[in-house]
Design a protein. Structure first.
Length: 127
């Protein structure tokens, strides 16, 4: 039993000696152990994600600002077009009113001529 215990003991020491030590070349991890390197990687990933999120938010805000400017410009153009259309409608209304006035004048003149002609016939008939 002593040989088994000694063999097990030597095996345990060998496992501990080889499994839990810093790597020989630690130039990339700055003399950090595996847990520290993993923690740094997680921290770096979080920082990169936060930076990407800030950039995306800034881009979204810039896009919203551009869209708002385009909407304002479109509203201004629409208002100008409506004012212009209103002016055209007013001009058309004035022209239509002038046409109605001219038509009423012509109708009145024609009615007057017809009444005059009727009056003359009545006078001729009474003679």
């Amino acid at each position: 039993m002593k040989t088994t215990t000694i063999s097990a003991l030597l095996f345990s020491v060998a496992v501990l000696a080889t499994g839990c030590h810093k790597a020989e070349t630690t130039t990339t991890t700055n003399d950090m152990g595996p847990a520290q390197a993993a923690g740094k990687a997680v921290d770096d990933a979080g920082a990169n994600a936060a930076a990407a999120t800030r950039d995306a938010a800034a881009n979204a805000n810039a896009a919203a600002d551009r869209a708002n400017a385009k909407i304002d410009a479109a509203a201004d153009r629409t208002a100008a077009n409506m004012r212009e259309a209103g002016a055209e409608v007013r001009q058309g209304s004035k022209e239509a009113a002038a046409n109605v006035k001219e038509g009423a004048k012509n109708a009145t003149a024609a009615t007057g001529r017809a009444l005059e002609h009727t009056g003359e016939k009545m006078q001729d008939a009474s003679k």
